[in-house]
Structures are given as structure tokens and as C-alpha cells.
Design a protein around this ligand. Structure first.
Ligand SMILES: [Zn+2]
Length: 256
């Protein structure tokens, strides 16, 4: 019985189970199909608003790569979602559950033997950002930022239009989710962005071959085996500038 928006619309609808171990999130786990998952919306009534909003990041995730009409719904209802309108939340949780069930039943890889992980869209940087922050950045916040980053990257590759990119960034912010965090821009002594280690971590997690899902166009997806790190850094800088973060003075053409 998932008891948060995030678990009701995402992590609870599946066959993966995990527990934290020695400071690592979901380090130990099993694949075990449940007999049933009960999403009781009454359990969401007592959630603090910011925790409720975290779950919306996963709704955006699945909508952006699988269902344009659902994305438009999220975008149109952003103001109501921001305040946790139960009626709209109900629709969101239900549609996400359907999309997850559909994925598990039809992906041909419910036990994740291959390296394709469409539901990990936006997650390579999210996981890294969470751990870099000592988990003070929550998963939903980190996923929203990861979505913003990879959607911008997809726009730079010409996979989605600038107009659609703007819709995604605006909608995330309209529901109260972030699209940038200063930790994205932190560099090591040799000037490499620490967040990019997330790509290596993700490659390892997948068993050695990188497979990153990107929107192509909004509402559908493509998988790429390589990420152009310089282009990704441009995207980080662009989000930083957009967020009005100081100490970033790069000038380049914005995709908008
Ligand atoms: Zn997630």
C-alpha cells in the first residue's frame, strides 16, 4: 500500500523492491511481482505539499516519454496540482499507474535483463545529485532537475522543439518543482563536472552499456548510447543562467 504520491504513481507500481543499506539508497533489492498494489488516495491527504509535489516529477517523467496528451493535462492543471487538488491528483495517479502497468506488461523485459530503462529518464543526474547533496535534495526534486536537463539536451540535439522545451520547464516550475540546483555546476580540481559521474554510475548500473532515454518528440522517446559531455555542460550552464544563479557568465545562444 504505497502512501505517497511518488510511490503511488511510480515506485509502488512495479515489481522491484529495495531497501537502503550502508548509506546507499535501494542498494539491496528483489524483483517480485506483488499480488496486488492498493493505491488509497486518502493516504495522500496528510502529505506535506512539498512531498506531494515530489511525486509529480515522476508523472512528468512518464508523460514526457510516453503520452503527450497526459503531459498537456499536467501542464494545464499545473496550478491545481501545485496545491494538491485531490480530483486532479486522482487522475494523475491513475494514469501513471496505467502507463507503468502497460510498460511492465509490454516492454518484454519486466525483470530488466537488458539495458533499456525508459522509466529512468532524467535519473542519471538525479541519483548523482541526491547523493552529492547528502540526500538533502529529495528524489522528486532531483528527478525534476534531471528531466529539465535531459529535455534541454534533447532540444539541443533537435529531438524536441524549443516551444516544447519551454512547456516542460514552465510546467515543472508551475507545479512547484525545481529545474536547476547549484550542485549541477560543481567541478572537481581537474575542472570536470562532478554531476557527470552520474553517467558512469548509470552505465555501471546497466551492466556496462550506456542507454539514456530522451524525449523524441515530446510524448515519445529515443534511446541513445552516448552523451556528448560538452553539450551536457552547455545545458547545465544554460539552466544555471535561466535560474539566475550567480557566478555563471557564459554567453552562448539559448535554444529558445
Ligand atoms: Zn524515480
Amino acid at each position: 500500500m504505497p502512501s505517497t504520491v511518488l510511490s503511488q504513481d511510480d515506485s509502488g507500481i512495479g515489481i522491484k523492491n529495495g531497501i537502503n543499506w550502508r548509506g546507499y539508497k535501494n542498494f539491496l533489492g528483489t524483483f517480485s511481482p506483488p499480488f496486488a498494489v492498493i493505491n488509497d488516495l486518502d493516504l495522500l491527504k496528510t502529505l506535506p505539499l512539498d512531498i506531494m509535489r515530489d511525486g509529480l516529477a515522476e508523472a512528468f517523467k512518464v508523460a514526457i516519454i510516453k503520452d503527450r496528451a497526459f503531459f498537456d493535462f499536467l501542464s494545464e492543471k499545473a496550478a491545481q496540482l501545485k496545491v494538491g487538488s485531490p480530483e486532479v491528483l486522482h487522475t494523475v495517479v491513475k494514469r501513471c499507474a496505467e502507463l507503468h502497468m502497460e510498460h511492465i506488461a509490454s516492454s518484454g523485459d519486466p525483470f530488466e535483463m537488458g539495458n533499456s530503462r525508459p522509466l529512468d529518464f532524467g535519473h542519471w543526474s538525479a541519483h548523482r545529485l541526491e547523493s552529492m547533496s547528502g540526500y538533502s535534495v529529495r528524489h522528486g526534486q532531483a528527478v525534476a532537475i534531471g528531466i529539465a536537463l535531459d529535455t534541454l539536451y534533447a532540444c539541443k540535439l533537435g529531438l524536441i522543439s524549443s516551444a516544447d522545451l519551454a512547456l516542460v520547464l514552465d510546467a515543472l516550475e508551475a507545479v512547484g518543482l525545481p529545474t536547476y540546483h547549484p550542485l549541477l555546476s560543481v567541478r572537481s580540481a581537474n575542472a570536470s563536472h562532478l554531476i557527470l559521474q552520474g553517467l558512469e554510475d548509470f552505465r555501471e548500473h546497466l551492466g556496462g552499456i550506456l542507454c539514456v532515454t530522451l524525449p523524441n518528440p515530446l510524448g515519445d522517446k529515443i534511446e541513445v548510447a552516448e552523451i556528448d559531455q560538452n553539450l551536457m555542460i552547455e545545458c547545465i550552464d544554460w539552466l544555471s543562467q535561466r535560474a539566475g544563479c550567480p557566478n555563471k557568465v557564459l554567453a552562448y545562444e539559448t535554444p529558445l
